[in-house]
Structures are given as C-alpha cells and as structure tokens.
Ligand binder design. Structure first.
Ligand code: BDP
Length: 704
C-alpha cells in the first residue's frame, strides 16, 4: 500500500512537472493566468469587453490578439462587441486623426482611461496593434493599470529584421536550426510558425522583414519564388509587417539573359523595372530591396566601372512608382595588405554623399570591421549628412559565441547608439543620426540580422530571445535602458519573483562584458577561428585575404600589442570628428575598452588600472572565465523560480560556455605570452595545456 501511495505521488509530481515544462516556443507571449487573484480581479474589472469602430485588417488583428491575451491572463473569454452601447469597463480601439493623435509619430499610440473605458488610440491601425501589445505587456508584467496613461511613438520608421536565409533552408551564420521559411512547401502550405513569428515581431514593433540572405540567390526574383514570397507577405500584412528581398546584382545576366548587369545599360534597367513590376503586381505593399554589392565576392556596379550610387539609383528608379525603397549596404572592403580595412567603406561611400536617390538608404554596420564583441562606432555615422543611414546590428551571435554563450546584446547596441559623433556639435549621437533628427531625414531604418531558426525555442539559446526582444524595443525607442528592457523581458518570459528578476537582470547586464573579457579584452579584435567564429585562433597568419587573418589585426610583437590607427599608423582615427579623435587618440587617456583598437601598446606600459598591459590583458582572460563560473552560480540560485526545462537548458549552455571560455583563455594567453615573454600574473596559474595542444584543439574543431 505504501509503495502504491509513493507511486501515485511520483506520478502526480511528474504530471505537474510536465504541465510546467516550457519549451520556449511561446517567447514573451505566454499570457498565462495572472497568479495573484486580487490583481487578476482588478484587471478583469477594466477588461470586460473589446470594441473597435475601425475594421481594417490590422485592427482586427489587434482585437484578436487582445482577446487571446486577455483570455489567457484572466482565465475567461473576453468578448469582442460590435456595439458597446454606452457600456463601461472595456477596451476601445480607435483609429482617428485628431489633435491628439497628430502629435504622435506614425504608428504611435496612446492608452488612457476615459469615461471608465480604456481607450487605445492611434492615427494608424498598426499604432492600435502596437498599443494593444503594449497594454497586454502591462498586465503580463504585473503592472497596475489604474489610471493608465501611456503615450508612445516609434523613433524610427523601418524597424527591420534581416534574415540571412538561403533557398535550400540553411541560414548563413544561423545557430538555431534551419530557416523558418519552408520554400519547398510554399505557397501551398502555411506553417503556423509564420503567424507566430509575425505576432512576436508585431508585439515589439518590428514592421519590416528581409526574407533572404544578403549573399543572395537570384532565384528569389523568379516567378517560382515570387508566389512564395507573396504567400509570406499575405501572412505578415495583418501584423503590419512589410516584406523585402535581398537581391543578386547580377540577376539580369543570371536570369534574364542580358549580356551583363551594367546598371547604365538600358536593357539592364528595363529588366529591373519589369521584375519589380511583377513583384508589385503580386505584393502591392512590397517594401523594396536590400543589396550587398561588390563585397566579399558579390557582384555589383563596380564590376562595370560604376559607383554604388549608380547601382542603388537604378533600383530606386524601379521601385519608386510603387513607393518602394532601396537599402544599399556599406559593408565593403577591398583587400589591401598594406591598408586598413577599418577605412575601406568610408573611402567608397563618403564621396557619394548627396548622390543617392531620395528613396535610398545606406545601411552601415555598427562598427567598421564586422560585428565584433566591441567595436568603435562606424566612422560613416555622422560623415554622410545628405544620405539617410540605416543601422545594421547583428542579433545572431556570429562573434558572440553562437548559441552556447549567454550574451545580452542591448548594452552593445546602446553603446553604439549613444556614441557621440560630434558631426553637428556635441550630442550628435549615432542614434540621432539613425533616427534622422540630426540631419532631418524622414526616411529612417534600423536592422537586426535575425537570430531565429527552426529550433523549437526559435533562438537556440533561450536567453538569446532577449536579444530579439531588445532589438525590437530599441528600434522602437532607442532611449530605453538596457536594464529596463532586460527586466521587462525577464518578467514576461521567465519569472516575476523579485529576487530572481534582479539576479537574472544583473547576470544579463554583465554578460557582454564577461564575453569580451575572455575573448578579446581591451579592444583586441578579430582573433577568432577562421571557420569557428566561436573559438580562438590568434595565430592565424594566412587566409584567402590578409584582412581575414588574426595577425593583421592584433599586430603582436616583442614590443607590444594592438593596431596603431593614429596618425603615425593607419590614421583611421582621422576619419572621426576632432572631439572623437581626442577621446581615443592618446594611449594614456584612451578608455581601456578601445585601447587596442587604436594603439600599439607596449607590454610594460602602465595602464589607468595601475597594471601593465600584459598583466591587465592576461588577467582579464582569467577573470572572464571566473565570471562565467559566477554566472553559473547566479543561474543556479534562481532555479526554484524558473521553469525546469528552461532552467536545465540554460544550465547546459552555461556549462558549454565555460568550456569554451577556457579554450579562449588558454589559447590567447599562451599565444600572446610568446611575445610578451612574461609570466602569468599572480594569483593566476599558467594553463595546464600547452600552446601546441590548443592549436591542435582548434585545428580539429575546424576539420570539415
Ligand atoms: C560577415 C559574415 C558573412 C556575411 C557578411 C555580411 O561572416 O557571412 O555575409 O558579414 O554581412 O559577418 O555581408
């Protein structure tokens, strides 16, 4: 009998466990029952019905989302009324042009209690949708809605995700499974994930999506693919999301049989006009094109002696009749063994300022090299006042430890957005260049290279969901703080237990700096493995191009370490405003996080920390590894507040991160020690592995 009782208890326990197991699929849109009954009742009193006097498709989505969300949170079905007939205690959606809504930016909204109803109001249906999600977020995170009064407007027009997805389902630099888009099933089969993806984006204000890789297959411009793209556009439209395509500049030749793809050739220009017409016939609100040209082997206008502006303007002309836009990437860098890759994009693009058509944006990566864990802001920001510049951040963790490392990216984004370019006096931050306020541009955009894939939890590492979320929130309002976004995300995704929220927020806030410490401290950059960007290869001397090696960047020698970009060196610093040059130009005062970006510093130089370069540099690797152990402890301490499946998954990934951190530490300190010729500083101990062993580990990692 006792045995039987025990069995029942075990069975019951496992059923409860199962009921709680969360695979992460629902992201931040869980809408579970509000546990606090008092609070639930107070919400329920104010959310008795939903009514909208506007019946646009997107407003209908807002109604549906409110209904589903509220029903989950309040544990009962909330009705959508067709006639509120003076009823009180409900939610009213209103799309209206009036004095109040005219103060809001397009898609801005207000949420207010008026005549005992909660009114969500906007000039646009999308604004009402964003307001509805913002309202749900209040309830989800347990905030009071008594006398609610929120007014919010996006600062940037196009808030986009760039997918680097290929036609065969792989994702360039994707670490969360394969592509979400099942091209072979489209257009006939509509996967529920497409809808859930659109919901997630709309809930954080993302309104544009580039479906395919910037290293683009020309196939996307064929009839076969246009109907597939249309099917996705039809799914996304009710969520206020526009679809864009990356294009292959050589398509007229590859698909159309043109002699070449010279943007000045009438035949080529016509080809683009025709294909664009076909796309718009299928997708009338198609957003436009994203183009990677003359970069890393991709075709482009320079193949025909034309400029980037010639190429962009040809496409701009093709999409202009439909109000489409062209986003032309500035990620270009000619291989020059004696040059400095840092300066290449500036050299190509700065002279073109003022020559782009009015529906072209130039999209610039946050930093001058390539999404390293820390980069100074790209010198093009502030240098092209006549051209709207779009920001490109990378959410997928190509250089941030793939999906085994916990790196909360909001602090990285904010660091760049808040950098002062001084282009128009103090306060000309990168954010204000991108949002158009410094140079008076109304065409504005910010892009995140997506971190989503077919993994059940979308992002591989569950904590990377926070990066998708944070990107959306910052794209909407770059002045939100990283702390605020983290705490918001934790409360709607993980737990509301106050101590756990504080612990996880602290861990997230420190995570990026910890990653920098055990991989590339003090401004070291681009020392990752040639094929394994999650691991170290500082000894990499030869590659297809000099600027794909590690030694090109770190310049270690018996004297010291770092790339001299002052006037005595490559003078990349000279591309920035005088004030920025002063900030970074002197090795004695240059902030330590940027030191090796701009200076070749001698191993024995005393840094502002009081330690010599070698001691500070090597200590950071050790401290970084210890900090990963600290992250593991912190995570363990919140176990009782976290869903068991999520807890276990994140714990496993933190353990993997620790293993990888040890590899970075041992490889880097042993390699650079050959140049410093100094001992590992106390209290740290020399690695137990040798440099040769580390090289072998990395070599084997990279075998096909
Ligand atoms: C680099 C990636 C490469 C991309 C390229 C780009 O390694 O796969 O194609 O950037 O942004 O970060 O075009």
């Amino acid at each position: 009998m006792r045995y039987f009782k025990k069995l029942i208890i075990i069975l019951l326990l496992s059923v409860t466990q199962l009921a709680h197991a969360d695979d992460g699929y629902r992201l931040w849109l869980k809408f579970d029952l509000v546990a606090n009954i008092q609070q639930r009742n107070s919400y329920a009193q104010k959310c008795q019905f939903i009514y909208s006097d506007n019946q646009e498709v997107i407003t209908k989505t807002a109604q549906k989302e409110l209904q589903a969300g509220l029903s989950g949170l309040l544990g009962k079905k909330i009705l959508i009324l067709t006639n509120p007939a003076g009823k009180k205690g409900g939610i009213i959606l209103q799309v209206i042009q009036n004095e109040q809504t005219n103060q809001l930016a397009e898609d801005g909204f207000s949420i207010r209690e008026e005549n005992q109803n909660i009114v969500i109001r906007s000039r646009t249906a999308s604004g009402v949708l964003y307001g509805s999600f913002a309202f749900l977020r209040q309830l989800q995170s347990g905030s009071s809605i008594a006398q609610i009064n929120i007014t919010d407007s996006p600062k940037i027009k196009y808030r986009m995700l760039n997918h680097w997805d290929n036609p065969l389902g792989t994702i360039e630099r994707g670490y969360a499974g394969s592509s979400l888009w099942k091209w072979y099933e489209l257009p006939e089969v509509i996967d529920q994930r497409y809808i859930d993806y659109a919901r997630a984006n709309a809930s954080i204000g993302i309104n544009a999506v580039v479906l395919n890789n910037v290293n683009a297959s020309a196939r996307f411009l064929t009839k076969e693919y246009i109907v597939k793209v249309k099917a996705l556009a039809d799914v996304f439209r009710p969520y206020g999301i526009k679809v864009f395509l990356s294009l292959n500049f050589a398509a007229p030749k590859l698909l159309g049989g043109a002699k070449n793809s010279d943007p000045m050739a009438p035949e080529v220009r016509n080809w683009w006009k025709n294909v664009t017409k076909e796309i718009y016939a299928a997708i009338p609100d198609f957003g436009g094109y994203l183009v990677k040209a003359n970069s890393e082997g991709e075709p482009g206008p320079q193949d025909f002696g034309r400029t980037h502006a010639d190429g962009a303007n040809m496409l701009a002309e093709a999409v202009a009749p439909y109000k489409g836009i062209v986003i032309w990437r500035a990620f270009v860098y000619a291989a020059d063994p004696k040059g400095d890759r840092f300066k290449e994009a500036y050299k190509d693009f700065k002279p073109l300022d003022g020559t782009f058509a009015s529906n072209v944006l130039v999209q610039v990566k946050n930093g001058p090299i390539d999404f390293q864990s820390r980069e100074p802001f790209h010198p093009l920001f502030g240098a092209m006042p006549k051209t709207p510049l779009a920001m490109e951040f990378q959410l997928t963790q190509e250089y941030l430890g793939f999906s085994t490392n916990l790196v909360y990216e909001a602090p990285l984004f904010k660091e760049c957005l808040e950098s002062d370019t001084y282009s128009n006096g103090k306060g000309s931050t990168v954010a204000k260049i991108v949002d158009g306020s410094i140079d008076n541009h109304s065409l504005t955009a910010i892009a995140g290279v997506a971190n989503t894939g077919s993994d059940r939890n979308w992002t591989g590492h569950l904590m990377s969901q926070a990066n998708w979320y944070a990107f959306g929130r910052l794209a909407w309002n770059h002045s939100l703080s990283s702390e605020q976004i983290a705490s918001e995300w934790i409360k709607v995704s993980l737990t509301q237990e106050p101590k756990a929220v504080a612990t996880i927020q602290d861990l997230m806030m420190k995570s990026r700096e910890i990653y920098v410490d055990f991989t590339t401290p003090l401004g070291l950059h681009h020392v990752m493995g040639q094929n394994i960007h999650f691991g170290p290869e500082p000894w990499l001397e030869k590659s297809a191009r000099p600027d794909w090696t590690a030694i090109y960047y770190h310049r270690a020698d018996s004297v010291g370490l770092g790339f001299d970009r002052t006037a005595q060196g490559s003078n990349a610093l000279g591309l920035y405003a005088k004030e920025v040059q002063t900030q970074w130009g002197n090795p004695d005062t240059c902030p330590l996080p940027y030191l090796l970006w701009f200076h070749h510093v001698s191993w024995n130089k005393k840094l502002s920390s009081g330690k010599t370069l070698w001691n500070e540099f090597s200590s950071r690797y050790y401290a970084g590894v210890q900090s990963v152990e600290w992250m593991q402890k912190q995570w363990n301490s919140v176990q009782s507040s976290i869903d068991p499946q999520i807890f276990a998954d994140v714990s496993g990934r933190l353990a993997a991160q620790h293993r990888e951190a040890l590899n970075w530490r041992d490889a880097c300190v042993l390699y650079f020690q050959q140049y410093s010729k100094q001992a590992i500083p106390a209290p740290y101990q020399a690695p137990s592995r040798t440099l040769d062993e580390m090289k072998e580990i990395v070599r084997i990692y990279q075998l096909k």
